[in-house]
Design a protein around this ligand. Structure first.
Ligand SMILES: [Zn+2]
Length: 181
């Protein structure tokens, strides 16, 4: 999908990244950095089949001299309507595993955070490859509508993962911050 934008999350009012296709407005991917809310709508396309006679034994040696239509085709039902698939997740929080080399793995939870999930992440963090001081695990309490820091220092949580969209936008404006904050 072509473009990305930031909006207020409909679930937690946090910072949500919205990727969309400027050509097909229905196609949209929403993912919140704070609660992990996820919503994706995609039109169905034909499977991408590579014609067998396009190859000269090796995949690298693709013979593009053949006149093949490489474009994907959008699928329609018998009434001529485009078909799409829709996926949605309510959002259960987010976590960040910081590495000692300065890089990090950020992700959101796709199911309620259990003791096992925390245990697993804690085990991973024991590896000296990770920097425990900069890592965090923060569940999202859907009923109370608040973030619960399960591991790590709240001070180390990036703004986009803990502030509301409004607070984040104000800070971003005031301090001319990069998106990564
Ligand atoms: Zn959210």
């Amino acid at each position: 999908m072509g473009k990305a934008d930031f909006q207020e999350c409909p679930k937690c009012s946090g910072v949500m990244m919205v990727k969309y296709n400027p050509v097909i407005p229905l196609e949209q991917n929403e993912h919140c950095f704070r609660c992990g809310y996820f919503h994706n709508v995609e039109l169905l396309r034909t499977e991408f089949h590579m014609p067998i006679d396009c190859y000269n034994n090796e995949i690298e040696q693709l013979d593009t001299s053949n006149e093949v239509d490489w474009r994907e085709t959008l699928l329609k039902d018998e009434k001529g309507n485009y078909q799409f698939k829709e996926q949605s997740l309510p959002g259960y929080g987010c976590y960040l595993l910081a590495r000692v080399d300065g890089s990090s793995e950020f992700s959101t939870f796709s199911k309620p955070v259990t003791a096992e999930i925390i245990q697993e992440l804690m085990e991973t963090l024991k590896d000296p490859f990770y920097d425990q001081d900069k890592s965090f695990i923060a569940a999202w309490d859907i009923d109370k509508n608040e973030q619960i820091v399960l591991f790590g220092n709240a001070k180390n949580i990036p703004y986009r993962c803990k502030l509301s969209f409004k607070e984040w936008s104000e800070k971003k404006e005031k301090y001319k911050l990069e998106i990564n904050w």
